[in-house]
Design a protein around this ligand. Structure first.
Ligand code: GLN
Length: 479
C-alpha cells in the first residue's frame, strides 16, 4: 500500500486497526519526499530523525507538514526569507502544541511566499515550488508548499495560513481542501505575524472530513492569543454524516460573477457547482455584497500597514541575518534589512510605512478601516438571508511560473478571497473540477463568523455530490 497517498481519516482507521503505526507513516512520507521533492520543491527542509522520534513516542499520531512560518521547537523557521536563514525555533506555536496533544506530529517544513506575501510561492527567498499537476505552473500562494505537498501526495495533510487567500487559492490550484477559519478561531501564538488583524492558521487536506478533524485539533481559546474567544469548539467531523444540500440556503453574491478577468473555464466549473447544488436540493438565491469593489484597495492598505509594523522586529539584532558590512547601529539595521528582505516584502514595508505616516494616516489607514466595517456589514446582512455563500475561489487556474510579472496582476488573484478575510468570517476552497488542460479548480464556500460547522457541512455535502479530489482527478484522466 502507498501510505503517503492516505489522508488523515484513512490513516487513523488503519492505526486503530493496528495495521500501521506513526513510524510507518513518517517513513512513507520521507521516502516520497526523497523521490519527489527534487521535482516539486514543496519542502524546504525535512528532518526525518526528529519526526521519527515524535512518532516513536506517539505511535498513533498522524504526520502533518508545517508551513515555514509556524514555530516548531528545534526546527528552522525561516518564513522562506533570507533574513531568517539559519534561525531555529526555541518553542512550539500553540497550534503545534495542539497538534501534538490531539494525535498529530509536525513533519517537514514547507515552502511559501516570503513572509506569506504573494500568490504563487515565487516570492520565496529559498526555493521554487512547482504545481504537482503541471510542473511548468505555480502551486499558488502563499501556502504553495503546503498545497503542493498535499496535492502531490508528499504528505497526508498540511497547515497553511491565510491572510487574504493564502490557504484557499493554492488549495484551488492543487486540488486540495483548504479552510480559512474565522478570525480568532485558531491561535496565532508562535506563528510569524504578517497582518495581525487578518492572519489565520488552517488545515489543507485531501478531503473535507480531514479538514474537519484537523481544524478541531487546532482550534480553541489560547491565553497567549487575546483574539481567541473562549467559545467551545464543536466536533466538526461528528456532524458531517448529517451533511446535506437539501434545503441548504446558498447565496450567490452577484458581485463575484460576471467579473472581468474571470477565466471562462473557472466560470464553467463554478456554474456547474451551482447547478449541482441546485440539483441536490439547495435553495439558491442571489445576494449582494455591495462594497466588494473596495475590498482590494482596503486590503492593500491594511495588510501592508500591519506588515510594516510586524516586520520591524527583523533588524539584524535579535533574529537571523546580520549584515557583515555594518559600521554602526543605523547601517546594521539598514544593511541587514536591505540584504535580507526580498523585493515584494520591501514593497509592502514601503507601502505600509507610507499609509501610516503622519499626514496620510487618516486619508489612507483610517478610511480603509471604515470601509472595512462596511464590508463586514455586507457579510452580516448576507448571512441574515442564507447559510453559506458560493463563489469562484480564484479568478484563474494555476498560471505558469514567471507568467505574472506585474505585482498588481498578481494581487488580483485574491479578488474573491480578500473580502471574507477582511470580514473575519470563515471560508473554504473545495475541489470542483478540472479545466480542459487538466488543471484543478476549486470553488469557495463562505460561512458566517464561527460558523465552521455549517461551512464544513456544506463543503462535505458538495464533495459527496461532485466527488472528492481523487474521483474528480480519475474522471479527468479517463476523459
Ligand atoms: N496574496 C495575498 C498577499 O499577497 C494574500 C497573502 C496571504 O493570505 N498570506 O497579501
Amino acid at each position: 500500500m502507498e501510505l503517503y497517498k492516505l489522508g488523515i481519516k484513512e490513516a487513523q482507521d488503519l492505526i486503530a486497526k493496528g495495521e500501521v503505526t506513526s513510524t510507518d507513516l513518517v517513513k512513507a512520507v520521507a521516502d516520497r519526499y526523497r523521490a519527489k521533492n527534487g521535482e516539486i520543491g514543496a519542502y524546504l527542509t525535512f528532518d526525518e530523525e526528529a519526526a521519527l522520534k515524535l512518532a516513536a513516542a506517539n505511535p498513533t499520531a498522524v504526520p502533518v507538514a508545517i508551513k515555514d512560518l509556524i514555530n516548531v521547537a528545534g526546527q528552522p523557521c525561516t518564513c522562506a526569507s533570507k533574513i531568517l536563514k539559519g534561525y531555529v525555533s526555541p518553542y512550539d506555536a500553540t497550534v503545534v502544541r495542539n497538534l501534538k496533544a490531539n494525535g498529530f506530529i509536525p513533519c517537514g517544513r514547507v515552502n511559501m511566499d516570503e513572509f506569506a506575501m504573494g500568490s504563487s510561492t515565487e516570492n520565496s527567498g529559498l526555493g521554487v515550488t512547482r504545481n504537482p499537476y503541471d510542473l511548468t505552473r505555480v502551486p499558488g500562494g502563499s501556502s504553495g508548499g503546503s498545497a503542493a505537498a498535499v496535492g502531490g501526495d508528499l504528505c497526508l495533510a498540511a497547515l497553511g495560513t491565510d491572510t487574504g487567500g493564502s490557504i484557499r487559492q493554492p488549495a484551488s490550484f492543487c486540488n486540495c481542501v483548504g479552510v480559512k477559519p474565522s478570525y480568532g478561531r485558531v491561535s496565532r501564538f508562535g506563528v510569524t505575524a504578517f497582518a495581525s488583524s487578518l492572519d489565520q492558521v488552517g488545515p489543507m487536506t485531501k478531503t473535507v472530513e480531514d479538514a474537519a478533524i484537523l481544524l478541531k485539533a487546532l482550534a480553541g481559546h489560547d491565553e497567549m492569543d487575546g483574539t481567541t474567544p473562549d467559545e467551545p469548539v464543536p466536533d466538526y467531523a461528528a456532524e458531517l454524516p448529517r451533511a446535506t444540500l437539501k434545503g441548504l440556503k446558498v447565496g450567490l453574491p452577484k458581485e463575484y460573477f460576471n467579473v472581468a478577468g474571470l477565466d471562462p473555464e473557472v466560470k464553467r466549473i463554478t456554474d456547474a457547482a451551482v447547478a449541482a447544488c441546485a440539483a441536490a436540493g439547495a435553495e439558491i438565491t442571489e445576494v449582494s455584497l455591495p462594497h466588494t469593489e473596495y475590498a482590494m484597495a482596503v486590503y492593500y492598505i491594511i495588510a501592508p500597514a500591519e506588515a510594516s509594523a510586524n516586520l520591524a522586529r527583523f533588524d539584524g539584532v535579535r533574529y537571523g541575518h546580520r549584515s557583515a558590512a555594518a559600521k554602526d547601529v543605523y547601517s546594521l539595521y539598514v544593511k541587514s534589512r536591505a540584504e535580507g528582505f526580498g523585493p515584494e516584502v520591501k514593497r509592502r514595508i514601503i507601502m505600509g510605512t507610507y499609509v501610516l505616516s503622519s499626514g496620510y494616516y487618516d486619508a489612507y489607514y483610517g478610511r480603509a478601516q471604515k470601509v472595512r466595517t462596511l464590508i463586514t456589514r455586507d457579510f452580516d446582512a448576507a448571512f441574515g438571508q442564507v447559510d453559506v455563500l458560493l463563489t469562484p475561489c480564484a479568478p484563474t487556474p494555476a498560471f505558469r511560473l514567471g507568467e505574472l510579472q506585474d505585482p498588481l496582476t498578481m494581487y488580483l488573484n485574491d479578488l474573491f478571497t480578500i473580502p471574507s478575510a477582511l470580514a473575519g468570517v470563515c471560508a473554504a476552497s473545495v475541489p470542483a473540477g478540472f479545466t480542459r488542460a487538466g488543471l484543478p479548480v476549486g470553488v469557495q464556500f463562505i460561512g458566517g463568523a464561527f460558523r465552521e460547522a455549517t461551512l464544513l457541512k456544506a463543503c462535505k455535502a458538495f464533495e459527496d455530490c461532485v466527488g472528492t479530489r481523487d474521483t474528480l482527478h480519475k474522471t479527468e484522466e479517463t476523459k
